[in-house]
Ligand binder design. Structure first.
Ligand code: OFO
Length: 165
């Protein structure tokens, strides 16, 4: 089977970098939560960061399997300052919305290029983005409800810390 077109390979390579950037964003959030003594939120972010590396590698493997050429680029600096747990999760939600747009654009390109295997591979990502937006927006809603109540925040921290590795 032919490799994806040059244009599509460039876009897939850019998405690999975007997924590594996501890993970096969540790792930066984990660092913030660790420094602020929120071990549960920190663990959640660490697990999320690892998932993002898996996303990057899914596309990495796909490009290779198709006989294409993976070319990695620079990873943009992640945000490092967060005002509160709510601020961090709001940023996570906004980040996921941007990633969803990137995935949709990539899918549009795969359609334009008539590349069926890329379309099929990206369907997994389209579903995953629905899940990622759902999870982060629910986290924002819970944190908004908790407000500044220490007891509620501690409970949420504990609950988030139960996320499976
Ligand atoms: Fe890779 O799903 Fe989040 O960013």
């Amino acid at each position: 089977m032919a490799a994806p077109s040059k244009k599509l390979q460039d876009a897939l390579n850019a998405q690999i970098v975007a997924e590594f950037h996501s890993a970096y964003v969540y790792l930066s959030m984990a660092a913030y939560f660790e420094a602020e003594n929120w071990p549960g939120f920190a663990k959640w972010m660490r697990v999320q960061s690892r998932e993002e590396v898996e996303h990057a590698m899914k596309i990495f493997d796909f490009v290779n399997d198709r006989g294409g050429r993976v070319q990695l680029g620079a990873i943009e600096k992640p945000p490092v300052r967060f005002a509160s747990p709510l601020d961090a999760f709001r940023k996570a939600y906004e980040h996921e919305r941007k990633i969803t747009q990137k995935i949709h654009k990539l899918y549009d390109l795969a359609v334009q290029e008539g590349d069926y295997p890329t379309q099929v591979m990206l369907q997994w990502f389209i579903d995953e983005q629905v899940e990622e937006e759902k999870i982060t927006s629910e986290a924002v809603a819970r944190l908004e409800r908790a407000g500044d109540h220490p007891h509620a925040l501690l409970m949420l921290d504990r609950r988030f810390g139960k996320r499976e590795e």
